[in-house]
Design a protein around this ligand. Structure first.
Ligand code: ZN
Length: 292
């Protein structure tokens, strides 16, 4: 039988097959528990449970004695705005168990429902990227929707939590990476889910760069959550002269970014119908629209 070799490879091996250098997008060669870029010759460590592809993990000497650094909690490096976490509106909870109120639990459950519904209406994918996985809080429906789930985060500990909690471990691979420099060539990953990340970013340009990077690597779809600048909640804050805008994005800007990159917003759903600014967009590349 000539079944594809990847069918029987470990999830980490399947992930390594599609990685490229995040800095120069050249292909990689595997040697001595590391991947070396054939273009810029940087090395990236391979750990037992994940590949360390964040640019700040790159070295010019093979890191044979590398240990992971668990102290980087920011999912996107220096432009992650930690102050947003502490504001009362749309407070981020890393785990369902950390939720401080029934309201938060309902909101997380509703988000899980949205992700489940959107994935169920999309074609199953060979590879699905969950960025930033944050411990795998929304990973359940993703494992059912793909052959390989790539649990990606800036924080290795959050990746390990996602892997440890996986319902189907043989499907799950860990990837430490920077959200703006994903280690994939264009159109490599069939599906991407990016929940609760964009509104942590300080600047509008960073939020747009994130979406552009997701659209670059995806050949099929992107499920993307954002704070809607046109929501009643955001408009109300503006009227009260609170100009911080909480990481909001204008849906017309999202439409424009998608158009340029051959994608369309197929579906939009608000996390709470009672004034929440947090929305999920299901964005589909035009090549697969006919099959949806
Ligand atoms: Zn390189």
């Amino acid at each position: 039988m000539n079944a594809p070799a990847s069918t029987f490879d470990s999830p980490l091996k399947q992930l390594i097959e599609v990685l490229v250098c995040p800095l120069c997008h050249s292909s990689l060669s595997e040697e001595h528990q590391a991947l070396q870029c054939k273009g810029c010759f940087k090395y990236y460590p391979i750990l037992p449970d994940m590949v360390m592809m964040a640019p700040d993990q790159a070295t010019l000497i093979n890191p044979t004695d590398v240990t992971s650094s668990d102290d980087t909690d920011a999912p996107t490096g220096e432009i992650y705005d930690d102050t947003i976490k502490d504001q009362s509106f749309e407070t981020i909870s890393d785990e369902l168990a950390d939720a401080q109120s029934n309201h938060q639990i309902r909101r997380i459950q509703h988000e899980l429902h949205i992700v489940t519904r959107m994935l169920s209406e999309l074609p199953a994918s060979t590879r699905l990227l969950n960025l930033a996985c944050r411990g795998g809080r929304f990973s359940g429906p993703m494992q059912s929707a793909t052959r390989l789930l790539i649990e990606a985060d800036r924080n290795p500990q959050k990746i390990r939590e996602a892997i440890d909690g996986a319902m189907n471990p043989p499907k799950v691979a860990g990837l430490n990476c920077d959200a703006f420099q994903l280690p994939f060539a264009d159109d490599t990953i069939e599906g991407v889910v990016c929940a609760r990340l964009s509104h942590h970013l300080k600047s509008e340009s960073a939020r747009e760069r994130l979406l552009v990077e997701l659209l670059r690597v995806s050949s099929g779809f992107v499920v993307f959550s954002f704070n809607d600048a046109r929501s009643i909640s955001c408009l109300s804050r503006r009227l009260r002269r609170r100009m911080d805008n909480n990481g909001a994005m204008d849906i017309n800007d999202i439409h424009a970014l998608c158009r340029v990159r051959g994608a369309t917003v197929l579906d939009l759903e608000t996390v709470s119908p009672f004034g929440s600014r947090h929305r999920y967009a299901c964005i589909v590349k035009e090549d697969i629209i006919r099959s949806v």
